[in-house]
Write a protein that binds this ligand. Structure first.
Ligand code: FES
Length: 121
């Protein structure tokens, strides 16, 4: 079983763009974001693997100018959008925490495992 969190409707996140949403991790609300990378969707917790802080200084700005990489605004680490793996910067070799996505009709949802759910829910 998994909780389903609505992320976006079909067509809402253009290619090379992102959208933030909220998930519950260890009973706390944390930011996450979905990215449309070449028509495929991926999602990660908005927390750098170098220092555990959000990566978008400017709201919802996660991608490099050429939209090829996710970039942490603090020290510039570059992550592959499709794997979350850091290929340059202080956390090189580490990966962002992934969140599973799936389409349910025209609705993109995040699947949150039971273990990640808020214990009060
Ligand atoms: S906090 Fe992200 S690269 Fe340092």
């Amino acid at each position: 079983m998994a909780d389903l969190i609505p992320v976006a409707v079909r067509g809402e996140i253009a290619e090379g763009h992102t959208k933030k949403f909220i998930v519950i991790r260890s009973g706390q609300e944390v930011e996450a974001f979905a990215v449309n990378f070449h028509g495929e969707f991926y999602a990660y917790v908005n927390e750098c693997r170098h220092v555990p802080m959000t990566m978008d200084w400017v709201e919802n700005q996660f991608l490099t100018e050429d939209r090829c990489f996710i970039q942490c605004a603090t020290h510039g680490a570059l992550f592959q959008p499709d794997t979350g793996v850091c290929i340059e910067g202080p956390p090189a070799g580490k990966a962002l925490h992934p969140i599973q996505l799936e389409w349910q009709g025209d609705q993109l949802v995040a699947l949150l495992p039971d273990a990640e759910r808020d214990e009060d829910s």
